[in-house]
Design a protein. Structure first.
Lengths: 215, 388
């Protein structure tokens, strides 16, 4: 489904070069749940963003269903992100002026059938009664669950979760991880970056990065 | 989600910054509309003052002795239908406001007290509409048939309620209603009487004759007076053109001054306001980098992000221009009445400007947000959203 081939990404800051990813290669099969672990600065987030089409690697390929994401036109990369990739970040990045419902709807959900799907997911994530609330009126757990629904509402093939429980208490972490696990069980592919071993236990494969290299 | 709704929600969420940008647009729009309206009022004022002073370009029969023109009663005349020929001509466009006049000295007018006076009689033909030029407000005298306008020196000799009486060349006595009594200070007209042309022609037995065409329109510095002379003489070689330069210069200077003033102040205000707005849009975009980053992560295109920033500028520009038009018109009306005494009543909102401003200001404000919008569309989502 997804193949990462010899990805290298080097950042330059103030004349100094920093290798975030060093010829990283691995394959992801459909329906896998992969935990990406490693110390801070090891390149975990860079790897996730590269897979998500947000960071152009200096060399190497990201092949999704055989197509190189970075050889696609801008329009096709946008479509790749919209239809095939869902992002969940540690900072929830909800639009402060949109309600819970609107924050999900902005992910491009217009069809009536999908509006019903929003309600269904809100119900499942215990957010239905909060659907007209603004982010400032939500707890951190509620915010992250909203961001999670936004990420999966368009039924992406891959969910890229960048330390999604980093700001959550253990109880909310557990709720979110069970939602991610449900997504995985329903056939979704998950790549999850985490520091916490608790969250990594949901994965059926673990990838370890250190100084940009895959161990 | 509808981008329009998204922009409106963001506008109301960031009330203060939106309001500051809106106020900037309103201020720019208000000043521009007020200055433009006042400059138009100034032009009207000039036109009305000119009307009081007379027109600035005289067309006489060739060979007319101008030294004697105002003091004799036998100057050469020409057919009044010459003016119609000029007005119908495609090649005669150097002057406007063609007014046919018969002006003579009337040597022996007897006032109601029985005293005899030399007076100047002037018959005014209705201003000719030039068929191949755009319509303009008339400037000439409008003297109704059967009425006269009398100068101040005559007026003091005619009691209120009395009619103006004059003996015709045919020996008959003619009576006219006095429609207007001029204040003193009208020059030649102080000792004159203005008639409708056909009335005066009948009194003097000079049907179909005039001895002068007054007109306006020479912008002397660019040679249009010579152009006017050539155009007249190409049509009627028996006529010649004389310019009353002091009036023409005054009008020209006034117009140039107002044009220079308007062409400096309006762009200046617009550019400063657009720069301020551009900085505010930049600040707005910087504050929204996470939103923009997440939009990109959701697959929204650069053009979508560009569009929502420009749409915001368009909406603010539209609202600001709308409010600014009424505020500017109000200011022009309020202060203009103090400044322009002749045209005070006619200082009103320029509705043609309304259409122009509600189109041009939104476009200008979209331009002012163009660079911030481009920056927004270039925001690196990975850098913004990532934490490593």
């Amino acid at each position: 489904m997804l193949e990462i081939k010899n990805i290298t990404k080097i950042y330059t800051k103030g004349g100094d070069k920093f290798t975030a990813l060093d010829t990283v290669s691995f394959k992801v099969e459909k329906g896998e749940f992969i935990a990406v672990v490693g110390p801070s600065g090891s390149g975990k987030s860079t790897l996730l963003h590269t897979i998500g089409g947000l960071i152009h690697p200096d060399s190497g390929q990201v092949l999704y269903k055989g197509n190189d994401v970075y050889k696609m036109s801008n329009q096709d990369v946008n479509r790749y992100r919209k239809e095939n990739v869902g992002f969940v970040f540690q900072q929830f990045h909800l639009m402060p002026y949109l309600t819970v419902y609107e924050n999900i709807k902005i992910a491009g959900v217009e069809a009536e059938s999908k509006k019903g799907k929003i309600e269904e997911l809100l119900e499942k994530c215990a957010l239905l009664s909060l659907k007209n609330k603004y982010p400032s009126e939500l707890s951190v757990g509620e915010k992250q669950r909203t961001a999670f629904i936004r990420a999966i509402i368009s039924k992406p093939g891959i969910l890229l979760a960048d330390e999604p429980t980093g700001n959550l208490d253990p109880e909310n972490s557990k709720i979110l991880m069970s939602l991610i696990e449900d997504f995985h069980q329903s056939g979704g592919t998950v790549l999850l970056v985490s520091h916490q071993s608790e969250t990594s236990k949901y994965a059926n494969r673990m990838i370890t990065l250190r100084s940009g290299k895959l161990l | 989600m509808n981008p329009f709704k998204l922009v409106i929600k963001e506008l109301f969420y960031r009330k203060v910054s939106s309001l500051v940008i809106l106020v900037t647009v309103i201020a720019a729009s208000t000043v521009s509309v007020a200055v433009y309206t006042l400059s138009k009022a100034s032009e009207n004022e000039t036109r009305k003052i000119m009307r009081e002073q007379g027109l600035n370009l005289y067309i006489f029969p060739k060979g007319t002795n101008l030294l004697d023109f105002y003091s004799v009663n036998n100057t050469p005349t020409f057919p009044e239908n010459y003016i119609d020929t000029l007005a119908e001509s495609k090649t005669f466009d150097a002057v406007r406001h063609l007014t046919g006049i018969l002006q003579l000295k009337y040597p022996n007018w007897t006032d109601p007290n029985g005293s005899s006076h030399q007076i100047v009689v002037m018959g005014y033909k209705d201003e000719a509409m030039q068929r191949f030029l755009s319509k303009q407000e008339t400037m000439g005298f409008d003297v109704e048939q059967g009425t006269v306008h009398v100068g101040s020196l005559l007026s003091v000799n005619i009691p209120e309620g009395e009619k103006f009486e004059i003996t015709g060349n045919d020996g008959k006595q003619y009576e006219f209603e006095i429609a207007k009594r001029f204040e003193e200070g009208k020059g030649m007209l102080d000792q004159g009487v203005a008639f409708n042309l056909s009335d005066l022609q009948q009194v003097l037995g000079m049907e179909g004759q005039i001895n002068k065409i007054e007109a306006l329109g020479c912008v002397c510095h660019d040679g249009r007076i010579n152009n006017a002379r050539n155009q007249v003489q190409n049509i009627f070689s028996d006529l010649e053109v004389t310019e009353i330069s002091s009036i023409a210069d005054a009008r020209e200077n006034q117009r140039l001054m107002m044009n220079k003033y308007g062409s400096f102040i309006i762009p200046f205000i617009l550019i400063v306001s657009m720069l301020i707005s551009g900085l505010l849009f930049y600040s707005n975009v910087t504050g929204r980098r996470y939103e923009i980053g997440i939009m990109k992560a959701m697959g929204k295109s650069k053009s979508y992000i560009l569009f929502i920033v420009l749409l915001k500028a368009l909406l603010i520009g539209f609202a600001g221009s709308f409010a600014g038009f009424f505020a500017g018109s109000f200011i022009a009306e309020y202060f203009g009445k103090e400044i322009f005494s002749f045209t005070a009543i006619s200082i009103k909102p320029l509705w043609s400007l309304f259409g122009f401003s509600v189109i041009i200001f939104p476009i200008l404000w979209m331009l002012s947000s163009w660079i911030p919008a481009l920056m927004a569309s270039q925001i690196d989502a990975a850098k913004t959203l990532g934490k490593e």
